[in-house]
Design a binder for this molecule. Structure first.
Ligand SMILES: *Cc1c(COP(=O)(O)O)cnc(C)c1O
Length: 671
């Protein structure tokens, strides 16, 4: 997929009209293949669609789904969970390990555990366990809350629960009690002192604990989560501490208490070579301990199985350099190689893949509320009194419209209009330019700027002059979207992660515009600042012009890992409504909706910061009564206003639904 295959985006004015454009061209432009895996595609109608089973058997059209949601009055933004996708991911992961084990003739089995921190939603956990039951899938928890959520789900005999994270006495005691119940719960010692506490609690109860150890490896992860691994990581026992722990167990005559060795080199491992080094290191440790007579049962390789969010990040962040099967092969072969060389039996392989299981299954659908573009002089009326600044801009405009102008002359014209604009603002602040004259200066400035860019872009000057980049930046549209970055894509703001975003409709039409997506929060960080596309410049998203009365939805993909659970309530934007969709070939559009979970209401969000409806209504009512008493409003009107206020408590924190008459996908000039 060469970038040159993507036709350049032109301003509508510069385009010759209906250029041929196809859904395939959109797929290439938005790099759908690089992140969609086998799940997301663009269909012949130019609609985004999902293949919930990860193959060609069945596909669901997002436009059809939105129509159904509108019929059911589910407000947007809305998070859609495809439970079949979740199940498919569990199946793919387990089958990849099964295939690797068979190919390597590995003498033991794979036992995946799902780390619930990635998405603790009860239904997600149940769906994962349901799909994983036949593979003996277990769970992983990293805190007290998660431990308490996980324990009652150990319904199958021998089902594994790995307990990571910092554990206090209460947790260690509960874990020991669950071991006494015969449950397969393994607390992983993160620090030596935790081991000492565990022994103390166990001694007090007269129990022999079973435990695991997180080992601090020399190998460090790659990518932005690399801090989780390596010798300086927050968690884990150093090799001397591990040896001390083993000696203590031996002294107590309980070497078999050590059941599991664990490492985690960070989420989203970019380079598989790093993982292989860590695997060799941990397996050497395992082999030495086994030969010393410690019958360790499990090697737990942690999480980190990567998901491709689309290659070609502006800051050089590459996609992950391996797929699911390669990952499984690498793990199985590396462990087997060391075990064979050391002549020890192979362990059960545990992995704690979270992102790779959940990322694909949820998609956020966000309506665009408005497109702001820098308008030109087509709409401006000349004031009665012209001004030297206006005259010189008019002259420049005529000049740049002359087709014989060379790029250097156009760049010079850009310098000129910059100067005139700055001067005009100075004159205005000194009182020498009227407000309506300033308005004309502004509109002419933007007209010329657009004209210049439309002419300079096709000239493809190499390297691109700073002036052209500046113009591109200034002339990018702002699309106001009905969502909050902080609630729905926190990692974009927090750690600069890119997520694939594409329009879900009109993908058979060329996206002629360039937009930056901004959210509803009053925060200047409340925007999407880089995008997945095949274009060199990742600072904007190619989009279509908004059409009045026709809603325009964007799909935010790969939302299922971490994002939809970490949302922050900046500006009191709350949880978005959620729908759970199942695939079914017997249904008219291949799907049915199992559940609709309403989003957070205004009063729920207010309660989090200690405002309560009763108190607020009473205060509001006092104000209204005073105004009635003062004769400012009639009592009926006063009561209506109060009712209007109170009705908002149960409403959504997001904007009214677009669509129908209120769609008003209007384009407003700004500048
Ligand atoms: C976060 C975490 C995981 C999950 O990692 P993914 O990259 O999402 O698979 C697994 N294990 C531990 C110890 C973690 O902290």
């Amino acid at each position: 997929m060469a970038d040159s295959a993507v036709p350049p985006i032109r301003e509508p004015s510069a385009a010759s009209g209906q250029d041929a454009w196809t859904p395939e061209a959109s797929a290439e432009l938005y790099r759908v293949e690089s992140w969609g895996d086998s799940f997301f595609t663009i269909n012949e109608q130019g609609h985004a669609s999902v293949r919930p089973f990860g193959d060609e058997r069945l596909s669901i059209d997002f436009v059809k789904l939105i129509e159904e949601l509108e019929r059911r009055a589910v407000g947007a933004p809305v998070l859609v969970r495809f439970q079949d996708v979740l199940q498919a991911r569990v199946r793919m992961l387990n089958e990849a390990f099964a295939a690797a084990i068979e190919e390597a003739q590995y003498g033991n089995r794979y036992n995946g555990v799902y780390p619930i921190k990635v998405n603790q939603l009860h239904e997600v956990v149940e769906e994962v366990l349901d799909a994983g039951r036949k593979y003996g899938m277990g769970l992983e928890c990293g805190s007290k809350g998660e431990l308490i959520a996980c324990l009652p789900h150990l319904t199958e005999e021998g089902m594994l629960l790995v307990c990571n994270g910092v554990k206090d006495r209460t947790m260690l005691s509960l874990i020991l009690s669950s071991q006494r119940l015969g449950l397969n719960v393994v607390p992983v010692m993160e620090k030596y002192s935790e081991f000492e506490t565990l022994l103390a609690v166990a001694d007090a109860q007269g129990l022999t604990p079973r435990l695991g150890v997180r080992v601090r490896l020399a190998t460090r992860g790659s990518g932005r989560w690399s801090e989780s691994g390596g010798a300086r990581s927050k968690f884990g026992l150093s090799v001397p501490e591990l040896v001390r722990l083993v000696a203590e167990l031996e002294r107590r005559g309980k070497p078999e208490a050590l059941a599991l060795l664990h490492f985690h080199i960070g989420s989203q491992i970019i380079d598989i070579q790093v993982l292989k080094r860590a695997l060799k290191e941990i397996t050497q440790i395992y082999a030495s301990l086994v030969r010393r007579g410690i019958g360790i049962k499990y090697i737990d390789i942690g999480g980190g199985l990567g998901v491709s969010y689309g290659a070609g990040h502006a800051r050089g962040e590459a996609g992950v350099n391996y797929g699911l099967q390669e990952y499984a092969n690498a793990v199985v072969f590396a462990i087997k190689e060391v075990c064979d060389a050391q002549e020890v039996p192979t362990p059960i392989i545990v992995s704690e893949s979270g992102r790779a299981i959940t990322a694909h299954h949820s998609v956020l659908l966000v309506p665009v509320l408005e497109g702001h573009r820098r308008n030109g002089a087509d709409r401006c009326e000349l004031p009665a009194d012209t001004h030297a600044a206006i005259e010189s801009l008019k002259k420049i405009l005529d000049n740049v419209r002359n087709p014989d102008r060379e790029p250097e002359e156009l760049i010079e014209a850009y310098h000129d209009i910059e100067e005139v604009r700055i001067e005009a603002h100075t004159l205005f602040s000194l009182g020498y330019l009227e407000l309506d004259q300033l308005a004309v200066v502004e509109e002419l400035y933007w007209s010329i700027a657009r004209e210049l860019l439309a002419r300079l872009r096709p000239a493809e000057i190499d390297p691109t002059p700073a002036e052209v980049l500046e113009l591109e930046e200034k002339l990018t549209d702002r699309y106001l979207c009905d969502f909050s970055v902080f609630q729905s894509i926190l990692d974009h703001w927090a750690i600069d992660q890119s997520f694939p975003i594409i329009p879900i409709d009109r993908l058979d039409e060329k996206p002629e515009r360039r937009a930056v997506l901004v959210d509803l929060t009053c925060d200047s960080d409340g925007k999407v600042s880089h995008y997945i596309s095949a274009l060199d410049d990742k600072s904007f998203l190619p989009v279509h012009s908004l059409v009045d009365g026709r809603p325009y939805y964007l799909g935010f993909f790969l939302m299922g890992a971490y994002q939809d659970i970490m949302g922050d309530t900046h500006n009191l934007f709350g949880r978005v409504p959620e729908v759970h969709v199942y695939a079914d070939a017997e249904e008219p559009d291949n799907f049915w909706i199992e559940r609709i979970i309403p989003g957070a209401t205004v009063h729920e969000m207010l309660a989090q910061v200690q405002y309560f409806p009763n108190d607020l209504s009473r205060r509001m009512s006092d104000i209204v009564k005073r105004k009635i008493d003062a004769g400012q409003v009639r009592p009926t009107m006063g009561m209506e206003i109060l009712a209007q206020y109170v009705a908002c408590f149960n409403g959504t924190t997001y904007c009214d639904a677009p669509g129908g008459q209120q769609a008003a996908a209007r384009e407003r000039g700004q500048g």
